[in-house]
Design a protein around this ligand. Sequence first.
Ligand SMILES: [Zn+2]
Length: 457
Amino acid sequence: MAKIKHTFVCQSCGVTSAKWVGRCNSCGDWNTFVEEVVSSKDTKNNASISSIGHVEARPFRLSEISIKESDRLDTNNGELNRVLGGGFVPGGITLLGGEPGIGKSTLVLQVALSLNDKKVLYVSGEESLQQLKLRALRINKENENCVFLSETSMEKILFHVEKEKPDLLIIDSIQTVVTEHLETAAGSVGQIRECANLILKTVKPLQTPTLLIGHINKEGSLAGPKILEHIVDTVLQFEGDRNHLFRILRSSKNRFGSTSELGIFEMEQTGLREVINPSELLLSNHDMQLSGTSISCVQDGMRSFMIEVQALVSSAAYGTPQRSSTGFDIRRLNMLLAVLEKRAGFRLMAKDVFLNIAGGIKIQDPAMDLGVITSILSSNFDLAIDTRCCFAGEVGLTGEIRPVNRIEQRIIEADKLGFRRIYLAVSNPSKLKNIKAQIEVCNVRRIDQLVKALFAG
Ligand SMILES: [Zn+2]
């Protein structure tokens, strides 16, 4: 008879305590401790199981260690492969996080159904088998080697994993599975951690690549726990706006590859389509010259592409001017507006400013600043900017335009797409001499210089 032990677990950070406490010593949150029942089966230290699996435990020379890329499971999806670093690693656990309804299950089902010669076990605690069938019909793909299981009991799931020995295990989602070791509800910190440990213990010896789906809570972190991020080998985030077509896949942790790769998808009726050349989709109409739009040359991870920035500046109808932004940090927008007001003398504080980044995707690149202020100025003056110009630069508080990283790569990308001119700050112009490009590089160091170059005369 297993002995039952009680512990208290902070639901914010997962710290355990023998007694109930009002305020967590670790994260400082109040009233987050919840009693959890742990059976005496030793479930600790599971996370220390070697992620290499069967490798004999002795010290190796570097020359003795072989890196076999061919061991990876090709996902048949270029964008996913790119972010994973070449496919799933045997025994590796990947966590795919994202907001509900963004398309995680669609992406995963699409991958499962495209692995024709591989055996896939798709466990769904979210959807019934009938719902999965309907989703598969929409995607319009079939894979006779893909089997589906509608189950939430961790023990039963792992029984099937050991029986089926799939080439890929998918669990949708980690928040719906429960282990009988614990009496707490599905989705609690204790359940998520315990289930992840049980999965780890099963798939590492079998060398089964495993993909877990996890939902993100309102605060934008993976619901439940940071803990999960420590247990798994790879953490992927699926981002985007539900009302827009584009989705971005990036990794925030990758034991088997780089975290600087980025995958881009477009949501279509039949599922997610890989976007190989994002610039062509993120630029709307090349021929029309409209005020308030400018094109930013951005770099996210290893990829550079063009994205259209739209701004609308109008007189504030009411006392307090409105500021609204889609796809760009509103605090950053307010900062840029303050810089424009203080350093370039624009009376923008009495105006409404609306900003929109094409495709609704969030790009984390400070080089967007220059495109943002250019589109705001263009709308303010009601003067269109030549659509064959693009911009890349960070704007500082004193109104200076700072150089950004990977300038060469941005120039080459802009040139490849047929842009005539790129505006940016160059710290060391002699470095650019080696670039073979038709594009004219305009070095702008201050906002007033930019205004003169674009709008004077
Ligand atoms: Zn805590």
